[in-house]
Ligand binder design. Structure first.
Ligand code: CA
Length: 298
């Protein structure tokens, strides 16, 4: 790692999301996708063309994934849907939380077998254990993988496909499960990392090719890199905004770390102190490489 890398962030586009989230690198089109959950927007940025596009979906949208065809699948407030950004139409696939009015979906990602995992939370009152983690399988059936979740976040799978890492934000923990790629089963939960509250609240997460976890810290002004095998913190990347929501690797060689942030909930004074809150940031040429994101195989 080059000296000085840790503070070498850049803003990507001159745009502040309310709640930027869910960064995803499209390896085919070489585009970074992310969402603004509260605005209900999908953002796309092409570094090659320096082009930023916003699609107004008109619904809360918490995460996107790509099919191999390039089509977009997403989690909206209550469940999974196909989103066609050419004609701006949505088609629900399954809404497992249609009956839970105070809930919305939150972070989501595809596993190495092409299933779409996404969890939920009570976004009105923040009620404890009101959410769950679901999986949309490739046959379009939905099952609940983890219940009694308060704020579902931070999904990652190890590159050998044996481990699943997960964050329920208020626990301050990253937990690991054994993962079976054939069946999608997870088992043997254990706590591998506990993040002190003074570092902020663990939110989104990605994994690099060395198997290390990069964890975004809400109210923490940073991304932390951790060794999930030892629980050791390796280093911190500092940002000029408090609400750091998620991160992923992108770019031709998957060595650029993209980081989403939020401005939602900040007061006047905080907004003045954090003029870049809600921006998308990038650390270019980190010297670390991410894994190619999985597509949805349904
Ligand atoms: Ca999140």
């Amino acid at each position: 790692m080059a000296v000085g890398f840790s503070n070498d962030w850049k803003t990507v586009v001159n745009y502040a999301c309310l709640l930027g989230e869910g960064p995803l690198w499209d390896t085919i089109n070489k585009i970074l996708l992310w969402v603004d959950i509260e605005a209900g927007d999908i953002h796309q940025y092409s570094p090659v063309r320096n082009e930023h596009k916003i699609t107004k979906v008109g619904h809360l949208i918490s995460a996107v994934a790509l099919k191999s065809s390039g089509a977009i699948i997403a989690t909206l407030q209550n469940g999974f849907a196909n989103v066609n950004i050419k004609n701006n139409t949505i088609e629900y696939i399954s809404q497992p939380e249609l009956h839970l009015n105070n809930n919305r979906f939150n972070d989501g990602k595809c596993d190495p077998a092409g299933r779409f995992w996404a969890g939920s939370m009570d976004y009105i009152s923040g009620k404890e254990k009101a959410g769950s983690l679901y999986v949309l399988d490739t046959d379009l059936s939905v099952s609940c993988k983890i219940s009694d979740v308060t704020c579902s976040n931070g999904l990652a799978w190890s590159s050998d496909h044996t481990m699943f890492y997960y964050i329920d934000t208020p626990t301050q923990q990253v937990v690991a499960y054994n993962y079976n790629i054939i069946t999608g089963e997870i088992s043997n939960k254990r706590v591998i990392i506990t993040i002190p509250k003074e570092n902020g609240y663990p939110d989104g997460m990605t994994i690099d090719q060395e198997g290390m976890l990069w964890i975004a810290l809400w109210e923490g002004w940073k991304v932390l890199r951790y060794n999930p095998h030892t629980g050791e913190k390796l280093f911190e990347l500092h940002l000029p905004v408090a609400r750091v929501t998620s991160c992923t690797f992108g770019g031709d060689t998957l060595e650029d770390l993209y980081v989403t942030t939020a401005k939602t909930g900040l007061n006047e004074r905080e907004l003045q102190q954090q003029p870049l809150a809600g921006f998308l940031f990038v650390y270019q040429n980190t010297g670390f490489r991410g894994s190619k994101p999985s597509t949805f195989n349904g």
